[in-house]
Design a binder for this molecule. Structure first.
Ligand SMILES: C[S@@+](CC[C@H](N)C(=O)[O-])C[C@H]1O[C@@H](n2cnc3c(N)ncnc32)[C@H](O)[C@@H]1O
Ligand code: SF4
Length: 364
C-alpha cells in the first residue's frame, strides 16, 4: 500500500456559517475532550500504517485547545508511521488560532496551513455568518509567516447572493498581494438545511461564471497555476494530500462523518458525535455507517471522474479503453470538444472547466 493518506475530521465550530452544509456541531470543551479520546482509540486500529500526507480538517480544527491539539498530534505520531510524511495540513479559522497554537503546530511538523478567509469585506463576512474581520485574518497570516509556515492555502467563496463583481475583484487583488502558495476558490452552492437555503436564496449563475472567468485571468496574470478545478498554486505547491484524492489513491478517514478508502473498501463513519463517542467507548471500533467494496469497474469510473479534475495531467486514455461505455462517452466529449486529447492524456477543455459537472455526467 503505497502513498496512503490520513484525514482526521474535527466537526466543531463556534457557530454555523449561513451557507455551510458540512457536518459540524457547536464546540464544547467537555465533548471535544471525549471526542479526542475516541479519535485516539479509532487510530489504534490502523497501527503502524505508513502515511505520506495528513490533513486535519473540519469543522474548525484550530478551535481545539492547546492541550487537545497536543493529545491529537501526539497520537498521530504514535500510531502511524510518519517516516515518509511529505505534507501535514491543518485547517485554520482566523478567530480560533493563536501564536501559541501556531508554534505548537510547527513543533509537531505541520508544514501546511489552510486558512478560511472567504472575503476581505467585513460586511460580507458578517452576512455569511463568519465571526472575524479581515484585520484579524491579516494578523494571523503574518503571524503564520513569522512562525515560518511557507506553504499556506487561502479559501475564498464567490458568487453568493449580494456578492457583486467589485467586491470579488477587491478580494482577489488584496489576496493576490499576499502571494500565498495556494488558493482555493469555491463557487457558492446553496446547501440543504442551511440558513441561506431556508431563506430561499438563489445563485446568479451568470454572474458566478463571470467571477470565475475574471479569477482565472487575474490568477494567471499573477503566475498561479490552475491545476485543479478549484485550486491554484505557486512555486510548485500543489496540495499533495488533495492530489492523492484526485488520483484515487487510498486514504484513512478518522472521526465522526469522515470518509475513507482503504483495502478496496470505501467507507463513511457515523456523522453523529455523541453516537461516535459512545460506539467507540463500548469498544465497538466499527463506527462505519457506509461500507462498500470497490470492484474494478467502479475503481476505473472513479479514477476517470476524479482524475479529470486535474487540469494539467488529466487521465491516461488507457483508462477509457477498458470499458465500452466509457470509450463511447469519451468519443462524444472529444467530438463536442468538452474534453481534449493531449498526447494520450484526456483533459477538460479550459472553456468547460466551470461546467465540468455536466461533462462528467456523460460517464456515469
Ligand atoms: C468545510 S470548510 C472547512 C474550513 C473552515 N471551517 C472554514 O470555514 O474556513 C472548507 C471550505 O469549503 C468552502 N465551503 C463551505 N461551504 C460552501 C458552500 N456552500 N459553497 C461553496 N463552498 C463552500 C469554504 O470556502 C470553506 O473554507
Ligand atoms: S464553513 Fe467552516 S467554520 Fe463555517 S460552519 Fe462550516 S465548517 Fe464551520
Amino acid at each position: 500500500m503505497a502513498n496512503v493518506s490520513l484525514y482526521v475530521h474535527i466537526p466543531f465550530c463556534y457557530s454555523k456559517c449561513f451557507y455551510c452544509g458540512f457536518f459540524s456541531i457547536k464546540y464544547s470543551q467537555l465533548i471535544v475532550d471525549e471526542y479526542i479520546t475516541a479519535l485516539i482509540k479509532e487510530m489504534q486500529h490502523f497501527q503502524e500504517q505508513s502515511i505520506h500526507s495528513v490533513y486535519i480538517g473540519g469543522g474548525t480544527p484550530s478551535i481545539l485547545s492547546i492541550k487537545q491539539m497536543q493529545r491529537l498530534l501526539n497520537a498521530i505520531g504514535k500510531f502511524f508511521n510518519l517516516n515518509k510524511l511529505q505534507e501535514f495540513t491543518f485547517e485554520v479559522n482566523p478567530d480560533s488560532i493563536s501564536i501559541d497554537k501556531l508554534k505548537l503546530l510547527k513543533s509537531f511538523c505541520v508544514n501546511r496551513l489552510s486558512i478560511g478567509l472567504q472575503s476581505i469585506n467585513d460586511k460580507l463576512l458578517t452576512y455569511l455568518g463568519r465571526t472575524y474581520n479581515f484585520q484579524l485574518f491579516l494578523k494571523i497570516y503574518e503571524a503564520a509567516r513569522k512562525e515560518a509556515f511557507n506553504n499556506i492555502n487561502i479559501d475564498l467563496i464567490y458568487g453568493f447572493p449580494k456578492h457583486i463583481m467589485n467586491d470579488w475583484i477587491q478580494t482577489l487583488s488584496t489576496v493576490l498581494s499576499l502571494n500565498s502558495e495556494h488558493l482555493s476558490l469555491y463557487p457558492m452552492s446553496i446547501e440543504m438545511n442551511t440558513v441561506f437555503y431556508k431563506k430561499h436564496f438563489n445563485i446568479d449563475n451568470k454572474l458566478q461564471r463571470k467571477m470565475y472567468d475574471i479569477a482565472v485571468k487575474m490568477l494567471n496574470y499573477n503566475k498561479y497555476v490552475h491545476y485543479e478545478i478549484s485550486s491554484w498554486e505557486k512555486r510548485n505547491n500543489k496540495s499533495i494530500h488533495n492530489v492523492s484524492y484526485w488520483n484515487n489513491c487510498e486514504y484513512i478517514g478518522i472521526g465522526a462523518g469522515a470518509c475513507g478508502y482503504i483495502n478496496h473498501i470505501r467507507y463513511k463513519n457515523i456523522d453523529n458525535v455523541p453516537k461516535y463517542i459512545s460506539l467507540i467507548k463500548t469498544n465497538n471500533i466499527n463506527v462505519k455507517i457506509e461500507h462498500e467494496k470497490i470492484n474494478k469497474a467502479t475503481h476505473i469510473l472513479e479514477s476517470i471522474l476524479l482524475g479529470l479534475r486535474l487540469l494539467e495531467n488529466g487521465v491516461n486514455i488507457k483508462f477509457f479503453k477498458l470499458y465500452k461505455q466509457h470509450y463511447l462517452a469519451l468519443k462524444k466529449c472529444l467530438n463536442n470538444k468538452t474534453l481534449i486529447n493531449n498526447a494520450g492524456k484526456i483533459k477538460l477543455n479550459p472553456k468547460y472547466i466551470f461546467v465540468s459537472n455536466q461533462i462528467l455526467k456523460e460517464f456515469v
